[in-house]
Design a protein around this ligand. Sequence first.
Ligand SMILES: C[S@@+](CC[C@H](N)C(=O)[O-])C[C@H]1O[C@@H](n2cnc3c(N)ncnc32)[C@H](O)[C@@H]1O
Length: 273
Amino acid sequence: MTRLPLILAALALLCGCTFQGTGIAPFNPAPAPVSERDLEVPFVPTPPEVVEAMLDLAQLGTDDLLIDLGSGDGRIPIAAARRGARALGVDIDSSRVSQAVLNARMAQLETRALFRTQDLFQTPIRDASVVAIYLMPEINLRLRPRLLTELRPGARVVSHAFDMGDWRADAHEVVDGRNIYLWVVPAEVAGSWTLTDPDGSVMTLDLDQRFQEVSGTLSGGGQTLALGDVTLRGTQLRFIAGGRTWWALVDGGTMTPDPAGGTQPAWRAQRNS
Ligand SMILES: C[S@@+](CC[C@H](N)C(=O)[O-])C[C@H]1O[C@@H](n2cnc3c(N)ncnc32)[C@H](O)[C@@H]1O
């Protein structure tokens, strides 16, 4: 994927161009305390319609806490706050943060959209239910292990322009010629589980996992069946085995029937240590 659009847009901004129709005060071209050369990712704003599409893709709701890692002028957290969510933006460049704080105040959203000058690699993210990024491919890859381990399973990550390498996106859209991606942080399911059906039968569920890609077998009664049509989205695992569709909700070392699958026998699975 080319960086040319980012670089061109950064150059346009450095030349003093402003952006129109955002409802947000234009970028102040006064010299920044952090030089653009020191930044691994320059400030390039996401167009407003792309911001809205990112929030739609993440299905942002009023219960969400969105963190924008590298928040620039604050447009993504402010748009999230406008939808009733709580939002935090962090940027390493304090002049961007000052601009974002001013923009939030102008939008009368300063109690719901907060901003902090901070290196995104030092930002605690575990409380976020949605993380927004518009960074660079290699920064996404450096962030990836933290997104997968620090965020709760089911948290969403939404990215403008760049993907996450071999962590395949759960959804991808092109909006006004720009790529936006969504990942749902998968629960950790790899390993061996003991599955008990209410009729008393006990089976072993063995799962292999790479990100949200899962395969495995269900063994019991002298038979081993390969799982079919396995999907994992956040904490929701679904597979077919023995002519039956299993809908599971994963909670740490326990699986129980997922009500999304309708009425199911009250089976339970426990991870083997
Ligand atoms: C491409 S802009 C995206 C701005 C905003 N998220 C948007 O989509 O409009 C990237 C932002 O990341 C900030 N940034 C770069 N490196 C950073 C770092 N290590 N920690 C925090 N922010 C950083 C830059 O100052 C810039 O404002």
